[in-house]
Design a protein around this ligand. Structure first.
Ligand code: HEC
Length: 134
């Protein structure tokens, strides 16, 4: 019995750690889900859908092409949100020669939520757009 006590203690500690980790993980997931939901709504509210769609490249790259190009990291999300706000002039882009109109009315945090939503789709391994970045 004396030998059992340390084992029991270790077990209890491990079990409680596991539980608190689960809580954090699902908490993070809920926030992420909420952000993605807001991103989707903002995407619909703005004019993005006229040029971007999930799988097909309309005028701008599809969500899946974007996901293939950019990891959904904080730095990428912030950079892309900035580009959405300032826009891309014809022949100055990375994906071809087309223009993305600027969105100066869009708050940076809202632009980031839309970009996060766009990057949440599975990557398209075939990127038909000409892409000049290495
Ligand atoms: C008039 C068409 C048009 C509209 C409207 C538009 N886009 Fe774009 N978007 C483009 C084009 C074209 C490109 C590719 C530009 C380039 O070659 O770098 C692009 C590129 C992007 C990129 C990738 C930029 C990069 O550097 O790789 C993101 C992210 C993006 N758009 C998000 C959005 C969001 C969010 C909205 C709505 C707020 C939006 N776009 C509205 C045409 C559009």
């Amino acid at each position: 019995m004396r030998f059992l006590v340390p084992f029991l203690l270790v077990f209890i500690v491990l079990a409680s750690c596991g539980r608190s980790k689960e809580k954090t993980a699902s908490g993070t997931e809920n926030t992420a889900d909420k952000d993605l939901g807001e991103g989707k709504a903002l995407f619909a509210r703005e004019d993005c859908g006229g040029c971007h769609a999930e799988s097909s490249a309309i005028i701008g790259p599809s969500f899946r092409q974007l996901a293939a190009e950019y990891e959904s990291s904080e730095a990428n999300i912030s950079h892309l949100a900035y580009k959405v706000i300032i826009g891309v002039k014809p022949n100055e882009g990375l994906w071809g020669s087309r223009e993305m109109t600027p969105h100066p009315q869009l708050k940076k945090e809202d632009a980031e939520k839309i970009v996060k939503y766009m990057l949440s789709f599975p990557a398209d391994p075939n990127k038909p757009f000409l892409h000049n970045t290495k």
